[in-house]
Design a protein around this ligand. Structure first.
Ligand code: CDP
Length: 227
């Protein structure tokens, strides 16, 4: 039986950086589900699909295929065979993804893929609904959060380092809007699973959060909880 770790939380809490590091330390496979939602969103954007038009959405989704594989341990995401791992990271895609991810048809498309990965391998999967909807039996669930200000600062730094121009106020607003949409949508909203461990990373370094998650995982693995 595989050992599954679910990490959920709002935008910019540091999930992907931390999940990547913790997975490496534990020799688990890191599954970034946000990248899958971003890839579908990019596909819908390229087709110019009006996502409020259910028929148009379903027609486009039938033609969109998202797959992943790993290159030197890093997850790559493909949209109909094209590696889009870089092009899904723009602010435009970020801003549109939460509206697309709120559509049940979009979520249904990724559920099987995510569950199948977790069934076969020891995975550390991050997203919004992993502990609540995708892997309700995960042996360890973490809800990773931080204050809006901290999260906006982090994203700002990340974008500046990548050479993108942006304003801190705009990022803060975007994060607040995204949190609201992710937490209030009907299908699989972002919320802390009852059995999830809450980690607030506002005053913790990446190393501290990673160490905490690795420690929790080792405790559970050691207690014979799966794996
Ligand atoms: O890195 P960041 O937290 O900004 O975003 P992400 O994890 O790449 O996810 C982008 C968007 O996809 C989120 O704002 C959610 O709306 C959506 N998402 C989701 O609905 N369910 C998931 N399991 C993962 C992401």
């Amino acid at each position: 039986m595989s050992f599954n770790i679910a990490i959920d939380g709002p935008a910019g809490a540091g999930k992907s950086t931390i999940a990547k590091r913790a997975a490496k330390e534990l020799s688990f496979i890191y599954v970034d589900t946000g990248a899958m939602y971003r890839a579908i969103t990019l596909g819908l954007m390229r087709r110019g699909t009006d996502i409020e038009d259910v028929q148009a959405l379903e027609r486009s989704l039938a033609e969109i295929e998202v797959t992943i594989d790993y290159r030197d341990g890093a997850q790559q995401v493909y949209l109909n065979g094209e590696n889009v791992s870089g092009s899904i990271r723009t602010e435009e895609v970020s801003a549109r993804t939460s509206a697309c991810a709120a559509k049940p048809q979009v979520r249904a498309k990724l559920t099987d893929l995510q569950r199948e990965l977790a069934r076969k391998e020891n995975v550390l999967m991050d997203g919004r609904d992993i502990g609540t909807a995708i892997l309700p039996d995960a042996q360890l669930k973490i809800y990773l959060t931080a204050s809006v200000q901290t999260r906006a600062q982090r994203r700002y730094k990340e974008l500046i380092e990548r050479g993108e121009s942006c304003s801190l106020e705009a990022i803060e607003k975007d994060i607040e809007e995204r949190d609201y949409r992710d937490m209030h949508r009907e299908t699989a909203p972002l919320k802390q699973a009852e059995d999830a461990v809450l980690v607030d990373s506002s005053d913790m370094t990446i190393e501290e959060v990673t160490a905490r998650i690795v420690e929790l995982a080792r405790e559970r693995i050691g207690s014979g909880c799966g794996a």
